[in-house]
Design a protein around this ligand. Sequence first.
Ligand code: ATP
Length: 403
Amino acid sequence: MKFDHIIIRYGEISTKKRNRKGFVDKMKAHIRWSLKDIEGVVLTANRERMYVLLNGADHRPVIDRLKGIFGIQSLSPAIKIERDLEVMKTAALYYLNHTLEEVNTFKITTKRADKDFPYNTDEINRAIGGHLLRNTEDLKVDVKNPDLNLLVEVRREAVYLTGEIIQGAGGLPFGSSGKAMLMLSGGIDSPVAGFLSMKRGLDVEAIHFYSPPFTSERSRQKVIDLVGKLAEINGSMKVHIVPFTEIQLLIQKQIPENYSMTTTRRLMMRVADRIREKEEAMALITGESLGQVASQTMSSMFAINEVTNTPILRPLITMDKTEIIKIARELDTFEISNLPYEDCCTVFTPASPKTKPKREKVNYYESFVDFESLIEKAVSETEILTVKPGQTFDKEEAMEDLF
Ligand SMILES: Nc1ncnc2c1ncn2[C@@H]1O[C@H](COP(=O)(O)OP(=O)(O)OP(=O)(O)O)[C@@H](O)[C@H]1O
């Protein structure tokens, strides 16, 4: 006996009415992609649920992959069996021994959709429960708060056993919210912002600004590795690598030092917005968190945001650093982000950047400088890479190179 299918329950998709099909189709495509190398599995869907028929495949790797698919609320491995009490008892014991969680207490909940079945609900509960108690040690019945509530569904065509409810990733199906551009530094925050945006159904491309020779090849590679991590979600991610040295040198030369950081951010936004337009995306995403550093105060964001009316998504805006780090660790990006390679912003950061820059002042300073041709040049010289998952980062080798 084996688990023969997995039940997939929808999360927020179930609140969608007329456009539900679009969401379900996106999720189906993502699940199909994630299971493509597991032989034999077949996916079916209806308005309420999806089912993965395992056709002999082991349920554990399938569940592991499904756990990462956005839009899934929960999952349950299930068994379809004959309408025979002895078979039902054996199957229940199998279920108990193969759940992923530790089970100390249980209850059986039978539902008889077919009232012609020769045993009533109570008789089935007791027969199966007794069988489990006789064949296990230290297992107890708990009808109020059991570790395992084994649902036995007696239908006309067969009996279905399911019990374990495994939490899914939640969110919305990948790509169901359209496309946005993630401004990705090598830091801890922006990869987390990218992940959370993808979780809300966005298809994300990354934009990274780098300033050779002030920033090294290693820091560029670090960003590619971060993109490789995010690419695990759906198999690949594009990254636009923007040469930013000329713009930064011009800012350094022409803008008063305490306003150079504000102008740098404004220029990044302007360039990113051009790339967004070319890629037909509808928003920019940043890893900003309110008040974290000088460029992330309300006044700074007010001054920086002025250069575009494209929506700027800031998924981390109300999060504390510790909350962000927790997600970065779960995502496995923390170690990569934490490597001490310089970023183009840190290299050019003034000693005391304005924490309360004024729009009028920054506009006044920028009015003496023609950035337009350099913006065009940066966009046209942007390198576009498609990164696949598994660009593993060799931390030891990287550290050796550093010291
Ligand atoms: N070199 C860069 N390329 C692309 N985007 C950048 C770059 N530097 C900063 N950004 C964007 O600006 C945001 C704020 O950057 P900043 O360096 O002030 O903050 P941070 O808290 O260190 O963020 P992060 O941890 O993401 O680097 C980043 O989250 C990112 O979205």
